[in-house]
Design a protein around this ligand. Structure first.
Ligand SMILES: NC(=O)c1ccc[n+]([C@@H]2O[C@H](COP(=O)([O-])OP(=O)(O)OC[C@H]3O[C@@H](n4cnc5c(N)ncnc54)[C@H](O)[C@@H]3O)[C@@H](O)[C@H]2O)c1
Length: 255
């Protein structure tokens, strides 16, 4: 039988109840990983975990409900994951929120909220997980940013700034951690049809999928699993010579 890509590995995935997070959690479980899915109280985390257990026989899924924007949450997540699985080999920082204030009207409290959720949570969780990732011997951090880290637009400046910060933080961390054999990379998704967008646009999934998109070369939305695959690949030993990279998963939107 073919060796599964993450057999025996343990991964923490933040934003695990969201569209891309759920797809990543399921794919990781299919590829043999034990997964700690982290998301906010009140998010559909339990449903996502139950679905993974139903779809993947023998899947080991730990649910952690917390606000990753709070510094103290990072240590608690790492302790709970280690208590349950004894190791951490992969960290996928993926939790994120949006804001829609033009920079000329950007409020301090919005800046505070989005910087904590989208950027500081990545930094704190990486810091707390690094001792375990270094012990792993093949530690990998995958930070999920956005195509808009590199090609900004009007109206979502705060979000785009946090996503650009993720790319920068990834490169520095890759530099610092190379000697500890921890690889650090960024995935920049483009238009991905997650429950968030279906709800935001007030249309059906089928309706949105049937329309041509003007935003990328492939003229369509990605399925969350199409973003989960590059995350999986970067997390696995197949990407063993890849660190400090930024992988665009956006149907060519960046050109
Ligand atoms: N869907 C897209 O088109 C798209 C495009 C580019 C980048 N992204 C990025 O991909 C990631 C996932 O996107 P998605 O569309 O699946 O979004 P989503 O909103 O469905 O998922 C994000 C998840 O993060 C969780 N979360 C937010 N703040 C949190 C916090 N403080 N603590 C814990 N959990 C928190 C949310 O509850 C949610 O489950 C995000 O970082 C997003 O910015 C998405």
């Amino acid at each position: 039988m073919k060796q599964r890509r993450l057999e025996g590995r343990t991964a923490i995935i933040t934003g695990g109840a969201g569209g891309i997070g759920a797809a990543t959690g399921q794919l990781f479980a299919e590829e043999g990983a034990r997964v700690a899915l982290v998301d906010l109280e009140g998010s559909p985390l339990g449903e996502v975990a139950a679905e993974i257990r139903a779809q993947v026989p023998g899947a080991q899924v730990l649910e952690i409900r917390t606000d990753v924007g709070q510094e103290q949450a990072a240590r608690a997540i790492v302790e709970e994951a280690l208590g349950c699985f004894q190791a951490i080999d992969v960290l996928v920082n993926l939790a994120g929120i949006r804001s829609y204030e033009p920079l000329a009207e950007a409020k301090a409290e919005t800046w505070d909220r989005i910087l904590k959720a989208n950027l500081l949570s990545y930094a704190f969780l990486a810091r707390e997980a690094l001792p375990a990732l270094r012990r792993s011997g093949h530690g990998s951090i995958v930070n999920v940013s956005s195509t808009h880290a590199l090609n900004p637009r009007a109206g979502m400046g705060q979000y785009d700034v946090t996503k650009a910060g993720i790319v920068s933080m990834t490169r520095t961390l890759a530099f610092e951690e190379a000697r500890h054999k921890v690889r650090v990379n960024t995935v920049c998704p483009g238009l991905t049809l997650t429950p968030f967008h279906v709800k935001r646009l007030g249309r059906t999934r089928e309706d949105l999928l049937s329309e041509k998109s003007k935003y990328n070369l492939q003229e369509r939305w990605a399925d969350p699993r199409e973003v989960a695959y590059p995350i999986l690949w970067l997390a696995s030993d197949e990407a063993s010579f890849i660190t400090a990279s930024t992988i665009m998963v956006d149907g060519g939107q960046h050109v």
